[in-house]
Ligand binder design. Structure first.
Ligand code: MN
Ligand code: MN
Ligand code: MN
Length: 279
């Protein structure tokens, strides 16, 4: 198995690199990419944890980017985490993330949640907190039963604690990934609720900036959507990626390495990697 999308406790997942490796081994994952949100700090510890094991680690990340008022997620695979252009972009992203988190925190005080930003940092163990951390606080304090409800009532687009964030642009993000020697991949393309023509337009701009792939299989996606994406992927001559988007046992329906298979019509993203997984 190959899993090119998952998160650790260095972003909004809850597992340590050691536990991610254990999970990967028990699911017989040969290739694992860690794709934490807007950070590469988990990569070195993940490599260290994988040293004695038969799992190949792919350096990755998941960037939040802005395209025409839409927030889109772009995965970078096979990146050099020491690349200066990429790291400069990550500094900007980190500032935006922290600014957003503080604003979300102050908006949540209006529904009676005190010090939400500090609580979120406490849950995360770092300051790069995301909406998933705030969702946990909302659940802990009895404002929502589930993560989905927390987003629907408070954190989602247009809701009380939604903050439009000045993420880097799609073009800059793709260029930084390419500059760092990586492959840029559109994450979960059907999750942005774009019209068909907008999605085609997004893919056009993405390819124009140097993007080469899209996720055809992601998380708990159903077969109809996999087929739809496989056709789209082929139509635009993109490489296909696959990942569980695993965060933790509560948040994620699909475990590491347990996502569905890529359809055979797809040309996989690892097509021209020097070492390729056997699938
Ligand atoms: Mn996440
Ligand atoms: Mn995502
Ligand atoms: Mn993700």
């Amino acid at each position: 198995m190959i899993d090119l999308h998952c998160h650790s406790y260095y972003s909004d997942g809850t597992l340590s690199p050691e536990l991610l490796i254990q999970r990967a081994i028990s699911a017989q994952v040969q290739y694992l990419a860690l794709t934490d949100h807007d950070t590469t700090v988990g990569l070195a510890p993940l490599h260290a944890a994988a040293l004695e094991h038969d799992v190949k680690i792919i350096n990755g990340l998941e960037l939040s980017v802005l395209w025409k008022k839409h927030t889109i997620h772009i995965i970078g695979l096979m990146i050099d985490p020491h690349n200066e252009t990429l790291n400069n972009l990550l500094i900007l992203q980190n500032d935006s993330r922290i600014e957003r988190a503080k604003l979300i925190g102050s908006l949540l005080s209006k529904v009676g949640i005190k010090d939400a930003y500090l609580k979120a940092c406490d849950i995360a163990g770092h300051e790069r907190v995301g909406r998933a951390h705030f969702a946990k606080i909302l659940m802990d304090e009895g404002k929502a039963d589930t993560m989905q409800v927390a987003f629907k009532r408070y954190l989602g687009v247009g809701k009380l604690a939604y903050v439009a964030t000045s993420w880097v642009t799609l073009g800059l993000a793709v260029e930084a990934i390419v500059c760092a020697g990586g492959q840029a991949v559109i994450a979960h393309p059907l999750k942005y609720k774009l019209t068909r023509s907008k999605l085609h337009e997004l893919i056009g701009v993405f390819k124009g900036s140097g993007g080469v792939g899209m996720e055809v299989v992601s998380g708990d996606i159903d077969d109809a959507k996999i087929n739809e994406l496989a056709i789209l992927c082929k139509k635009f001559d993109l490489l296909a990626s696959t990942g569980s988007d695993f965060h933790d046992d509560k948040m994620s329906r699909v475990k590491i390495g347990c996502q569905k298979k890529l359809p055979l019509i797809c040309k996989p993203i690892w097509f021209d990697w020097p070492e390729r997984p056997v699938v």
